[in-house]
Design a protein around this ligand. Structure first.
Ligand code: ACO
Length: 324
């Protein structure tokens, strides 16, 4: 039988870094009151990166992709599938994946975007895994790239302190052994209202309000619940229990959600890869950014077992159990 495995990882953060205090000072000029203490205590976030206004998701995604390609020991020409998870595409169309494909100087292979907000990378990885298993691809580039700073309303302190920009990527390749052991994806469109950007383009104008809206407490409650279910689902599919997990790599939205998830799995908090403190919530980029961070700091090593988890607007959620 045929499986897929992660051959290399990469990531990229735009250079402009804002600490909580930088943001507090900027918001104060607009009359919006917040504090480093509030942000750290409620979320664990201490800093985030923002891309310059003329830098699109594809530019961040291309840098992450180049690193992943190098880490995999291949060249861009070896890639035969490009999937980009993003909710902040460069354009309405063509896809951000097509922009990245062009930036990499490759042509001919399939390239498309997946939109599942903060679960986007889990969705993209699962689709790439399925395409490799079915034989329709051999080496997939799977990217999460976001510029969520563009969606923020800086007069809304309940959301604008939470997000950041960045990109992460993996090269997934065909393998005789797993690799990706098991995955699950879910959505429940009944919860569209608790986390959304209620805008679109029409007749050359923006229709509605194109900034992020969130009922934080409703999201929090749903997130902890579905992340626990997803973890057990992929473990059950693999016939394993949580003791096999060397590293939990959850979506990086809020440290309290991440700790709650680890606690429910009876995993100690030092088995959780944490980047939310330095990146904020980078939506679809957060899981591959955290994965690459863990790899490059030497925390994550070959032969270890990883549990990746995503949750976000939709509501969408998913998980992947991986023998790295
Ligand atoms: N600075 C200071 N005070 C603030 C701020 C701020 N930035 N934001 C809110 N407050 C105030 C509120 O106004 C409220 O004041 P009040 O009690 O006088 O009304 C108080 O702080 C408490 O607000 P809550 O919303 O109850 O705070 P909570 O503890 O729930 O924390 C948070 C809010 C951090 C948003 C939390 O609910 C959360 O993390 N939710 C999950 C969010 C999440 O994971 N989102 C990502 C999903 S992924 C995706 O798809 C994008």
């Amino acid at each position: 039988s045929r499986f897929s495995r992660i051959a290399g990882t990469g990531s990229y953060l735009p250079p402009k870094r804002l600490t909580n205090q930088d943001l507090v000072d900027q918001l104060a000029q607009r009359g919006v009151e917040t504090s480093d203490e509030w942000i750290v205590e409620r979320t664990g976030i201490r800093a985030r990166h923002f891309a310059e206004p003329d830098v699109p998701s594809s530019a961040l995604g291309t840098q992450a992709a180049l690193q992943a390609i190098e880490a995999a020991g291949i060249t861009a020409a070896d890639i035969d599938l490009v999937i980009c998870a993003t909710s902040t595409p460069d354009l309405v169309f063509p896809s951000t994946a097509c922009h990245i494909q062009r930036n990499l100087g490759i042509a001919g292979c399939a390239a498309f975007d997946v939109q599942a907000v903060c679960s986007g990378f889990l969705y993209a990885l699962t689709v790439a895994d399925a395409m490799i298993r079915s034989g329709s691809a051999r080496r997939a580039l799977v990217i999460g790239a976001e510029v969520f700073s563009r969606l923020l309303n800086f007069d809304d302190r309940t959301t604008c302190v939470l997000f950041g920009d960045g990109a992460g990527a993996v090269v997934l390749e065909a393998s005789d052994t797993p690799g990706i052991v098991s995955t699950c994806l879910h959505a429940d469109g009944q919860h569209i209202g608790i986390l959304n950007v209620p805008g679109n383009v029409s007749g050359g104008e923006i229709l509605g309000d194109a900034t992020l809206k969130m009922d934080g407490q409703a999201v929090f409650k749903l997130a902890v619940n579905v992340l626990d279910k997803a973890a057990h689902e992929v473990l059950d599919k693999a016939g394993r229990d949580a003791s096999c997990i060397d590293w939990l790599i959850p979506h990086q939205a809020n440290l309290r959600i991440m700790q709650g998830t680890a606690r429910k799995l009876k995993l100690s908090s030092d088995k959780v890869i944490v980047t939310v403190d330095q990146h904020g919530n980078t939506s679809a980029a957060s899981v591959p950014l955290a994965l690459d961070h863990g790899v490059r700091t030497g925390q994550i090593r070959r032969g270890q077992t990883l549990l990746l988890e995503g949750v976000g607007g939709g509501f969408t959620w998913g998980a992947a159990l991986i023998d790295f």
